[in-house]
Design a protein around this ligand. Structure first.
Ligand code: UT7
Length: 323
């Protein structure tokens, strides 16, 4: 059977680092509160000339280089983002142009923090159907531009960045020892919209709007939803928490990650944490965490990797793949 195998990875953060202490001068907060409640110590914030397209393009270029491929080898670009450069065209098409790609096609995927998990799953479908042989999957965000910098309950939590992987069709034998995506589970439920949303948009206010979140409410649902899709992934494959080499979760809050890992019986030393460095970068968070663990040598070819994310919508999902 056809499997979608990861051939390369790249990531990029904006130049400017903002430590928690700097935010003490912006809103009434403390480094201590942010670290204790979230695990975040710093985040990167895009400068005037850094955008979702510029960050996404750099991450894609790094992934191509890492895979030893050129843009001519790519059939499709999927960009997971909720912070596109423009309402339209899709930022994926702008990235396609920036990469010098004149063939194939590109589109954006909007599932907020679950965007990268949704995009990997979608790329897997295009590859398995034979419509694409090689896909660049990017998660890129400039959430700093959606934040209300007077709202301490949200502005300290998010950051900007981008990560990308190259997925390629390969022949597998249908067993869980195959490299590539082994299973994916996606869910959404629009009844939770008011708990995490942006209060603007082209068809309503005609403005970009600001992110609004009832953090405690999101937190209450997060662990149950995350563990639900992961247990579904275990049930489909017959794999268990013991088989996982690396758990690479969405990086929103260290307390949510710890509680999810504990509920699933995933050992602490297998959990990749980057929320301390990046804050919550929405769709960029999982590929940024993946890239960190590949670069520092933790993730190696053949490792079993569990990805998950949960966010606005609500949307949530998990992907089990062998690196
Ligand atoms: O990626 C999408 C998914 N998003 C998430 O997963 C986020 C989920 N939620 C969370 O991570 C947490 O709920 C937060 C980090 C947002 C908040 O942590 P919490 O432990 O749930 O705190 P809380 O909202 O219950 O607030 C506790 C107190 C409140 O004061 P009172 O009412 O107890 O007097 C807040 O006003 O902390 C106060 N507070 C702050 N204090 C200092 C809220 N934000 C801040 C702040 N600095 N930045």
């Amino acid at each position: 059977m056809i499997r979608s195998v990861v051939k390369g990875i790249g990531a990029v953060t904006p130049e400017r680092v903002v430590k928690n202490a700097e935010l003490e001068g912006v809103v009434e907060t403390t480094d201590e509160w942010i670290v204790q409640r979230t695990g975040i110590r710093q985040r990167y914030i895009a400068g005037e000339h850094e955008t979702t397209v510029s960050l996404g393009t750099k991450a894609a270029q790094a992934a191509l280089e890492n895979a030893g491929l050129t843009i001519d080898d790519i059939d499709l670009i999927i960009l997971a983002t909720s912070t596109p450069n423009h309402t339209f065209p899709a930022s994926a098409v702008e990235i396609q142009h920036a990469l010098g790609m004149k063939h194939g096609f590109a589109f954006d995927m909007q599932a907020v923090c679950s965007g990268f998990v949704y995009a990997v799953t979608t790329a897997d479908m295009y590859i398995k159907s034979g419509m694409a042989k090689r896909v660049i999957v990017i998660g890129a965000e400039t959430f700093s531009r959606l934040l209300d910098w007077k709202d301490r309950t949200t502005c300290v939590l998010f950051g900007d960045g981008a990560g990308a992987i190259i997925m390629e069709a390969a022949e597998g034998n249908g067993l869980t020892s195959d490299r590539g995506v082994l299973t994916a589970n996606l869910r959404s439920d629009g009844s939770h919209q008011e708990k995490l949303y942006v209060d603007g948009g082209p068809s309503t206010t005609g403005t970009v709007g600001h992110l609004r979140m009832e953090g405690r409410e999101v937190f209450k649902h997060a662990v149950g939803m995350i563990t639900d899709v992961i247990e579904a992934s275990f049930a489909t494959t017959g794999l268990s928490a013991d088989d996982i080499d690396w758990f690479v979760p969405h990086q929103a809050n260290k307390r949510i990650i710890d509680a999810s890992a504990k509920k699933l019986n995933i050992a602490e030393h297998k959990v990749v944490i980057t929320v301390d460095q990046h804050g919550n970068t929405s769709a960029a968070s999982v590929p940024l965490a993946l890239a960190t663990a590949v670069k520092d040598g933790r993730i190696k070819q053949g490792d079993l990797i569990l990805l998950e994310a949960m966010g606005g919508g609500f949307t949530w999902g998990a992907v089990l793949l062998r690196w």
